[in-house]
Design a protein around this ligand. Structure first.
Ligand SMILES: Cc1cc2nc3c(=O)[nH]c(=O)nc-3n(C[C@H](O)[C@H](O)[C@H](O)COP(=O)(O)OP(=O)(O)OC[C@H]3O[C@@H](n4cnc5c(N)ncnc54)[C@H](O)[C@@H]3O)c2cc1C
Length: 491
């Protein structure tokens, strides 16, 4: 019998935050075991191949790569031996319904210069806007992104004080669209900046202008493409975790978190029960309570917050090389407000949806057969409240193909040689996201940031949460920060 008890940690899920938490807990000296329901790693950040085409199934825009590097440095490794990425420039190609196309270069100066040449707004006006978003980012970064919002001690720090003093400047009193419409004369720039609300599954007509910090991250700090595709982000964390001694069990769904005397002390799986000193759930927090904590007192208000949008995604193998397209392409709708109203109020899909087409073979030609392209064609849709998704998928396919055909002046239908489809039901089944919402709670009100579930349970000791459904929110960088905050709370 061991006479020295090494502390043990059980982690549920190998999403981005679960993988990062495992590495961090191991570095704290814990014995770490991770349980994943799927046979594959990464949760939403996964990859599939079909007929010679490789697809990243979830995230495609990669920002703040330093938070991945940090995990390797923490583990005494050189990140470049495991994971490499390239800065993108230009980042996006935007196709507008009026027939114009705009390319967004990296860097505030270059972006403002390029946009002022092609829109009605001056370079000074664009730079003023970007400077403002930078200021808001700097005011909010430490307060909202890097610390728990649910620990009293964090309210007595200099960063929090600075945030409180400058609260009126961070844009909680107006919506993103109000701020963007005030900043720009050209409706294309308003639409371009409004789109960033979709990065966390919200509507720019409801979400607070504080979220205008998102373009600062992408335009001023940069967007990147990882060597080997987005999936390599999850994969490199798995490799690192294994090297430093984390144990992973795949195809092992956790059935229950064992709680005794108000303390989490283990988990139940079909393969047996496992004891742990600490349990971290990377499963969506709504479903963690609904499925894994049947006897726990539930934080009803937090769990009842409106959920984010979801997506219908067609993964198309396209037998053609479109020289006019880039890695990231947006085909905008004509009436953006009506589109968001259809998604969030009518809870159905819009007949002229904004389409995002990501083509990684533009960057990595081996992701598609020669002369072909791997299209990830995405539209925002409501989360699952029982809609007839089979009918909506057919409707979406028609609307998307006819819009793309119109804009590219060709018929892509005969070029589609393979198709896979994700809808909110598939996303929920594959990742346990409640209602298939991609981004946890929506940010469609100014209190959303405060209404996310904390990174710990207030009722059950030794139980923690990480990932896109809890503080600080969704996206790869925020999930990495979530893992940092969560594990930072564990002594
Ligand atoms: C289509 C799409 C596009 C996106 N685009 C971007 C983008 O461009 N840029 C960006 O930064 N972000 C993007 N995101 C968001 C980003 O992918 C997510 O915020 C992030 O990957 C979520 O990670 P997570 O840690 O919350 O875990 P998740 O990915 O939600 O994974 C949770 C894991 O837990 C496992 N699990 C759940 N329950 C159990 C259980 N009971 N037992 C065992 N295992 C369990 C699941 O199987 C899953 O593997 C996108 C997401 C999607 C779906």
């Amino acid at each position: 019998m061991a006479n020295q008890h090494k502390k043990t940690c059980g982690i549920i899920g190998t999403g981005i935050a679960g993988l990062a938490s495992a590495i961090r807990m191991r570095n704290k000296g814990y014995d770490v075991t991770v349980f994943e329901a799927n046979p594959f790693v990464g949760g939403k950040c996964s990859s599939e191949t079909s007929k010679g085409y490789r697809f990243d199934m979830g995230p495609s825009v990669f920002t703040m790569p330093g938070y991945i590097d940090e995990l390797f440095v923490l583990s005494g490794k050189n990140p470049r031996d495991y994971f490499n990425y390239e800065q993108l420039n230009p980042v996006y190609k935007y196709f507008f319904e009026d027939g114009t196309t705009l390319e967004s270069p990296f860097g505030a100066e270059a972006f403002a210069e390029a946009m002022s040449e092609h829109t009605r707004d001056s370079k000074e006006a664009i730079l003023k806007y970007l400077d403002h978003t930078k200021m808001v980012y700097e005011l909010t970064e430490d307060v909202f992104l890097k610390n728990s919002l649910h620990k009293l001690r964090n309210y007595f720090t200099w960063h929090m004080l600075k945030g409180i003093i400058n609260f009126s400047k961070i844009g909680t009193a107006e919506t993103m669209n109000q701020a963007n419409s005030r900043a720009f004369k050209d409706p294309r720039l308003v639409q371009m900046f409004n789109r960033y609300a979709t990065y966390n599954g919200s509507s720019p007509y409801l979400a607070p202008a504080t979220l205008n910090v998102i373009p600062h991250v992408e335009i001023a700090k940069g967007a990147f493409y990882p060597e080997g595709g987005m999936f390599s982000i999850a994969n490199c964390m798995l490799t690192l975790g294994k090297e430093i001694g984390v144990t992973y069990h795949f195809s092992t769904p956790v059935k229950e978190i064992i709680v005794k005397n108000n303390k989490a002390c283990g988990i139940k799986t079909a393969a047996g029960d496992f004891d742990f000193d600490v349990v971290i759930s990377n499963m969506d927090v709504y479903n963690s309570y609904a499925k894994l904590l049947p006897h726990a007192k539930k934080p009803a208000k937090t769990l009842s917050q409106p959920k984010s949008s979801s997506g219908i995604i067609f993964y198309w193998g396209i037998k053609h090389d479109f020289t006019e397209l880039g890695l990231h392409n947006i085909f905008f709708s004509k009436n953006y407000e009506e589109e968001f109203d259809t998604i969030f109020s009518k809870k159905t899909i819009y007949n002229d949806p904004t389409i995002y087409v990501n083509i990684t073979s533009k960057h990595t030609p081996t992701d598609a057969p020669p002369g072909c392209e791997n299209w990830f064609a995405f539209i925002n849709v409501p989360n699952n409240s029982g809609q007839d998704w089979d009918a909506l998928i057919d409707q979406a396919r028609e609307a998307m193909i006819s819009k793309i055909n119109r804009r590219l002046k060709t018929d892509i239908r005969p070029m589609i040689e393979t198709e896979m489809v994700f809808d909110p039901r598939v996303i929920e089944k594959r990742t346990s996201s409640a209602f298939g919402a991609i981004y946890g709670n929506s940010s469609n009100n100014k209190f959303a940031a405060f209404n996310r579930h904390p990174n710990f349970s207030k009722e059950i000791k030794n139980l923690y949460f990480c990932g896109g459904s809890v503080h600080p929110g969704p996206s790869i960088p925020l999930c990495l920060l979530s893992a940092k905050i969560t594990t930072g709370l564990i002594k």
